[in-house]
Design a protein around this ligand. Structure first.
Ligand code: GH3
Ligand code: MG
Ligand code: MG
Ligand code: MG
Length: 327
């Protein structure tokens, strides 16, 4: 049964590899010191639907790799100026077997050569003279594996992006905030630059929920998040949902005076949403209180120093009547 299963898998892989149409397509680089080998392989592979580039030396192949990408490299092992071993070592110093498949092509049939090639990072090998159908199948497999690897890497990148986004408001979440603050902090420590932080807390939001319902509350938070992020003009500034009805803005390389004017812009933007808040004692619309802090981090101080400072400012703003910026 196990054997039938693996045959089934092999068939599926083969079907994927050839795209069901007899060839996988893709861009190949053939490296061989003999012109007649290059021409023969190029002609046959083009006929199978591949894009084929050829190089008659390892040096030239490496030059090409600086600017071009290939799905698979077919690398002659025995070449006069630079051997396959050297070329492979150079390729592997930059990209792994997953990123850049290499099939070594060698006239030496001894197991020693094959073992050498594989341990030095070749994905597979082919013996000269080429058994063309076998060569095709092995090339197709490498093209397929590289595509799958790329798709996985893309999916991973996307997942990572999602893991940084707040589900309700679609702005950065707390995880992103923590990471970005740390990155900003470390850079500021090296450069002796100031970092500013704004903490934003929606006023009397419990009452908002109580009088208009949780769903309306969610909607208001989305609008507030948009107002906060729209108040930032620089790419390096980050607006995040800090938690509940609290937001935060990280302003790298920013002094207090400039941070205060950003905070004022945010305060004004939230108020200007004019979201009716029947139960607020500040004014009849949703408002927010903000705390601002600025810090020039030295070697041993941590971002919590800045957070505490902004938090004190926020407390001030709340205590002084809300809908204002405190320091
Ligand atoms: P203050 O002006 O002192 O900040 O008063 P407040 O009511 O805003 O502060 P408090 O911390 O007492 O209440 C925060 C409220 O925010 C309580 C909670 O139900 C609400 N809240 C937090 N997260 C969400 C959310 O995701 N959706 C909704 N609808 N409400 C939320
Ligand atoms: Mg050769
Ligand atoms: Mg709060
Ligand atoms: Mg609040």
């Amino acid at each position: 049964l196990g054997d039938a299963r693996s045959q089934q898998n092999a068939r599926e892989t083969a079907t994927h590899a050839t795209g069901g149409s007899g060839h996988a397509g893709g861009h190949l680089l053939i490296v061989d010191d003999r012109q007649e080998n290059l021409e023969l392989m190029q002609r046959r592979l083009i006929r199978e639907g591949y894009r084929v580039t050829v190089s008659n030396s390892g040096r030239e192949a490496l030059d090409r790799l600086e600017s071009e990408q290939f799905d698979v490299i077919l690398l002659d092992w025995l070449m006069p100026d630079m051997s396959g071993t050297e070329v492979l070592a150079k390729i592997r110093s930059k990209s792994s077997a997953h990123e850049q498949p290499v099939i070594v092509v060698t006239a030496r049939h001894g197991s020693e050569t094959i073992v050498d090639a594989l341990t030095q990072g070749a994905n597979d090998y082919l013996a000269k003279p080429l058994d063309f159908p076998v060569a095709l199948a092995r090339i197709a497999t490498q093209v397929y594996l590289r595509r799958v690897t790329q798709q996985l890497a893309d999916a991973n990148r996307q997942l990572k992006q999602f893991s940084y986004i707040d589900g309700l408001t679609a702005i950065a979440n707390r995880r992103k905030f923590d990471e970005y603050l740390m990155t900003t902090w470390r850079r500021a420590q090296q450069e002796g630059a100031p970092v500013s932080l704004i903490l934003i807390d929606v006023d009397y939001f419990k009452r908002y929920n109580d009088s208009l319902g949780h769903e309306a509350g969610d909607h208001a938070l989305m609008r507030v998040a948009k107002a906060v992020s729209s108040s930032l003009y620089r790419v390096k500034d980050l607006a995040a949902r800090y938690g509940g009805e609290e937001f935060a803005v990280i302003l790298p390389e920013t002094e207090l005076a400039d941070a205060l004017s950003v905070a004022e812009r945010v305060r004004s933007a939230v108020m200007s949403l004019e979201l009716p808040h029947p139960d607020s004692t500040v004014m009849p619309v949703v408002t927010a209180s903000l705390g601002v802090g600025e810090w020039r981090p030295t070697a041993f101080c941590e971002p919590s120093a800045l957070i505490n400072l902004a938090d004190k400012g926020l407390y001030q703003a709340k205590a002084s009547g809300r809908n204002q910026v405190g320091t």
